[in-house]
Write a new protein. Structure first.
Length: 323
């Protein structure tokens, strides 16, 4: 089965040394590929949704989707160099989808205490890890036919779940809130080189308290979050306070309209449209609101009729590599 679908070799830059692609080429199966049975953006979102709760419980942080690779197939002799992931891939999971091995192929993790730990996975296992701060890799050559893994990444929003559960007396919770309120992403250490790089990337000279309006690297705004959560009252409040959020895109070109459409919130889509949102606005990959509604909720969802009655066009996304 893998041979029939995993025909696409990953396009690695010849100077890239994360994997030894020059001797053991990896392959990639896109979970967004609607031509595969069960594939498409619905599957991608279901993977994010199914994983998020577990990682939020583990981290104690509210998380937002950051990146979801397809299924990477490592082949005989593959080595994955020890590394940390790029930001904002902060709180992550590796899911072992399938494998055919002659011997275990351990994941080596260098913990915060500096000690190395080998983690052996079998199909169906999910490993949680702090991907941008903990060194990890597979330094031993794969002895077997293949290992198929999927990588699910999240970014903390800066709001700890301890706040909502009433644990405000917890000193560490209060410290986290203080850090989030100063505008710096919660996973960056104040005064560190990483903070200076973040400031340079965001063209800031001073850290401003902007978490209520726009979230650091992903560009997620308070309006995006209200759309995701289906909170009409929050959406109305934030748009009345800052009408510009109606037209503010995140890093993937998503508007609050696209988020509301993806979640199937008719009342919020209607409100955004009344306030001037373009129903045919497109994401960076080209998808429109009608595409997301039909793909995720089906032809009979009431949002489909509303969008079509108001001139909404169906334009599919064209997916590129997330690597």
């Amino acid at each position: 089965w893998w041979d029939s679908i995993a025909t696409g070799e990953e396009d690695w830059n010849k100077c890239n040394s994360y994997v030894n692609h020059w001797s053991s080429q990896t392959r990639m199966v896109s979970v967004e590929n609607s031509h595969l049975r069960g594939g498409g953006i619905r599957l991608r979102q279901e993977l994010w949704d199914a994983t998020r709760k577990t990682i939020e419980e583990w981290t104690g942080q509210e998380l937002t989707d950051a990146s979801l690779y397809g299924i990477r197939i490592y082949t005989r002799g593959s080595v994955l160099a020890t590394h940390v992931d790029r930001m904002p891939l902060v709180s992550s999971a590796i899911i072992n989808v399938a494998s055919d091995l002659d011997e275990p192929w351990p994941l080596e993790v260098i913990a915060h205490d500096g000690k190395a730990h080998n983690v052996t996975m079998v199909p169906g296992d999910m490993v949680l890890y702090e991907s941008h701060s903990v060194l990890h890799g597979r330094p031993f050559p794969l002895n077997g036919e293949f290992v198929a893994n999927i990588f699910v990444h999240f970014e903390p929003t800066g709001h700890t779940l301890r706040h909502t559960s009433g644990q405000e007396s917890d000193v560490s919770s209060q410290e986290e809130r203080n850090k989030s309120e100063d505008g710096l992403p919660p996973y960056l250490i104040p005064g560190s080189p990483a903070e200076m790089m973040w400031r340079a990337d965001n063209e800031r000279t001073d850290v401003d308290a902007n978490f209520g309006e726009e979230d650091f690297n992903t560009g997620t705004t308070e309006a995006h979050r209200a759309a995701q959560q289906g909170s009409y009252s929050d959406m109305k409040r934030v748009i009345e306070e800052n009408p510009e959020l109606l037209f503010m895109q995140d890093a993937n070109g998503w508007l609050p309209l696209h988020e509301a459409a993806r979640e199937g919130h008719l009342d919020i889509v209607m409100y955004l449209h009344e306030k001037g949102a373009d129903l045919n606005s497109r994401t960076n990959f080209g998808g429109t609101a009608l595409f997301f509604v039909k793909s995720l909720h089906g032809e009979d969802h009431p949002l489909v009729k509303y969008l079509e009655d108001n001139g909404g066009e169906y334009v599919e996304e064209e997916y590129g590599s997330e690597l």
